[in-house]
Design a protein around this ligand. Sequence first.
Ligand SMILES: [Zn+2]
Length: 263
Amino acid sequence: MIDTHCHLDDPVYAEDFESVLSAQQAGGVERILVPGVDATNIDAVLDVCSRSNGYLLPAIGLHPENILADWETQLDTIRTRLFASGSPYIAVGEIGLDYHTDTTYKREQQEAFHRQLRWAQEKDLPVMIHSRDATEDCFAVLREVNEEALSAGLPAVRAVMHCFSGSHETAQQVVDMGLYLGIGGVITFKNCKLKEHLHGIPLERIVLETDAPYMTPVPYRGKRNESRYMTYVMDALSEVYGLSPEEIDRQTTANAKTLFRIP
Ligand SMILES: [Zn+2]
């Protein structure tokens, strides 16, 4: 298993960080990707990654919920760090659009998303996309960047729609754009329709994630999430695809390695 989205720099892991890491390794987790969320957590992400002997892989980006009055200053810092020589990032993320709680900075969110997607293109890096109540605008920005990339002779955006919980139609659109779906604990929640929505969606387009410490799968819902609990997500995907958890593991791990170019 590869956890493609896990906030291990969160203070809830600070106290028992070493034992958390060994528990994930013992639980069959091969690698863990740690996204950035703004300019202030860059060093925290790099710090946990440097203490993991290559087990944790860092990403960098400005999360849409952190786009406030100082967004341009934050983006400047992120750009400088991303383009610095020897920059260690495996991806740009998490970036995107979030209209759920606040739309004050809607235009700025779109602008920041656009810019960061362009940086990922320039650096030839994959992207972790956060999209909440903003599907249409999210696709619109992606299409714009892809058109610009095409005319500049650059490849299309490579990305995962992280914490996917949308409709079948949206899942199909994601696949049609050549993107991946990040599936986590949500799929285990009671009354969640995601299992039905994934019918007919190729398993080759799915990667596993936790979004830990959040989105803890049943039966641990309400507790601090950990990457090893992705076995419950794999069980749910087994039901959807009629394959063994081992086969789900093998394919989703291969997908994560392809998308993030993990050797
Ligand atoms: Zn996240």
